[in-house]
Design a protein around this ligand. Structure first.
Ligand SMILES: Nc1ncnc2c1ncn2[C@@H]1O[C@H](COP(=O)(O)OP(=O)(O)O)[C@@H](O)[C@H]1O
Ligand SMILES: [Mg+2]
Length: 322
């Protein structure tokens, strides 16, 4: 796969890493807009003499309760290898390996303190730790001993590590814009976090990409009008073309598939009253590019329809003001 565009985003992330850790960073945006791809790209460019990177993709870690969280974040099988922070960049091998003799007790008593201690010890060795957790919303609904909410404890730790002690960069990525909306409306996180939106490509970026792929003006316009700027969907179109379809055929294939899904949802799932709201919002999206809520809807009470559409990735929420 050829990586294209994202110059501003790459610069933003490199600058973020250069500065002293001072706030939690939430990276959000519609599913398949390229958040994970961007993060991997930037992390692989990073100077491993200065930074240690711990990249966890929760989709691959199967965490369903607090015990599995502890097992995945502190893998004991790696005992001896990654007791502190491994050098360089690690993907999906947990936070730190656990030294069964010296750390096991603290792990049982207070895993959050253990995480903080380990990050501080890396920092003392003159390495700037970077923690990236992708699909953070997958920790939703996990409780510690049925009482405390795991994400609350983690966010408290992350706020301390960034804003208070400036120990580590913490990047949390999510495609779940309903989840990010909840975070955004929590006063505590709002004041301690940055939010960075990774959107689909805009028209100019699609043009740049497809011109380089040898598309004609007309073909690009066809893709932009019908598919839009989703990098994943454009990759699918490119794939179809490699397999022998024309641009027009590839676009038609996609439109039919999308149209099928949306009209099924409209006619089979929605009740008569909700269909009106559905049509009204879609009309706005088609005509103006987005549906803009008016100010007295904020802080939001999200309608069940919006929540559902966002959860199904038909729509996404953009929190930025402009
Ligand atoms: N900068 C890019 N250049 C080219 N293709 C991209 C780029 N970003 C994303 N893609 C394509 O989109 C797909 C989905 O991207 P991904 O990073 O998984 O999205 P997200 O993490 O936001 O859900 C990738 O597998 C890739 O095919
Ligand atoms: Mg992703």
């Amino acid at each position: 796969m050829k990586f294209v565009n994202r110059e501003d985003e790459i610069k933003y992330l490199h600058n973020h890493f250069k500065s002293e850790p001072n706030s939690l960073l939430f990276l959000y945006g519609p599913k398949s807009s390229g958040k994970s791809t961007l993060l991997s790209k930037v992390v692989n460019e990073i100077d491993t003499k200065k930074y240690v990177v711990n990249f966890l993709d929760l989709r691959e870690m199967l965490i369903y309760n607090f015990d599995s969280f502890i097992d995945r974040f502190f893998p004991k099988t790696l005992y001896g290898k990654v007791q502190d922070l491994a050098d360089g960049i690690t993907f999906n091998i947990g936070f730190f390996g656990i030294n069964l003799k010296s750390d096991e007790k603290l792990l049982q008593q207070n895993p959050f303190k253990l995480m903080g201690d380990k990050l501080r010890s890396a920092k003392e060795k003159n390495k700037q730790p970077i923690i990236i957790i992708d699909e953070i919303q997958l920790l939703k609904n996990i409780y510690i001993n049925g009482e405390r909410y795991l994400l609350d404890e983690l966010f408290n730790l992350f706020i301390r590590l960034t804003k208070v002690t400036h120990t580590a960069h913490i990047i949390l990525a999510t495609s779940d814009s309903y989840f990010i909306e909840e975070i955004y409306n929590s006063a505590k996180l709002m004041q301690t976090s940055e939010f960075y939106f990774i959107d689909h490509f805009n028209r100019e970026e699609v043009y740049r990409w497809l011109t380089a792929e040898g598309f004609t003006q007309n073909e690009i316009e066809n893709v932009w009008k019908n598919i839009g700027g989703s990098p994943w969907e454009i990759q699918q179109i490119l794939q179809k073309i490699t397999n022998g379809l024309s641009v027009k055929q590839a676009c038609e294939f996609y439109i039919n598939e999308k149209y099928g899904k949306i009209s099924y949802y409209r006619s089979e799932i929605l009740d008569y009253k909700t269909i009106n709201e559905f049509d009204r919002i879609n009309k706005n999206i088609v005509e103006k590019g987005a549906y803009i809520r008016n100010d007295n809807e904020k802080p939001l009470i999200i309608s069940p329809l919006i929540k559902d559409m966002v959860t199904h990735d038909f729509w996404s929420i953009d929190l930025s003001d402009d």
